[in-house]
Ligand binder design. Structure first.
Ligand code: SF4
Length: 177
């Protein structure tokens, strides 16, 4: 398996298959975050991703969740995420959930149709560090979006039946699927 730089995942992904598709974080500017401070953002080649999936294939019976690394793999293009999901299903046919970290900016770069198609491919859980519903705090922390934009993108995910793990109370988002 190929892993470059620090590898993080939420505690509840401890038993998931971790697959590195990016290194670092495409934003890497949040004032409080040192997770990938010294790690340049890179996109891993599909040949490497496929090699890792081939290595995991003998254990396919026990793999139902895949967590994509690293800081915000949802920044990848719609087309590339589709290709990665197709490779995952080819080698790990029991995988039902493909989860990852995502930022509000990553979501805003995708249309509703693209989000729906990704969800149908099993990309249906996103972990989002929204951090705050205060524009002043978001600005001071260099999050790269404001509260209105965050609420808009979280509502889109909710309407499209994504499971989004984040602190949404400050935005009064009614539904977590
Ligand atoms: S988007 Fe997430 S990983 Fe990237 S710098 Fe901000 S908190 Fe850190």
């Amino acid at each position: 398996m190929h892993f470059t730089g620090p590898v993080y995942c939420p505690p509840f992904e401890a038993r998931s298959f971790l697959l590195q598709v990016t290194t670092g974080c495409s934003h890497n500017r949040c004032a409080f975050c040192t997770m990938y401070r010294d790690v340049p953002f890179t996109v891993e080649p599909l040949s490497q991703i496929e090699a890792d999936l081939q290595e995991a294939e003998p254990w396919k019976e026990g793999i139902s969740r895949v967590f994509l690394e690293s800081g915000d793999p949802f920044t990848l293009s719609y087309e590339r995420l589709c290709r990665i999901a197709e490779l995952i299903h080819r080698y790990l046919p029991h995988a039902q959930t493909i989860a990852m970290y995502a930022s509000i900016r990553n979501i805003s770069g995708k249309t509703d149709a693209e989000l729906s198609a990704l969800r149908k491919l099993g990309i249906n859980e996103l972990n989002i560090g929204v951090e705050s519903g205060s524009d002043a705090v978001l600005r001071a922390m260099h999050k790269g979006y404001n509260a209105r934009e965050a609420r808009h993108e979280l509502l889109r995910l909710s309407h499209l039946n994504f499971l989004a793990h984040c602190s949404k109370n400050e935005f009064c988002i009614p539904k977590t699927v």
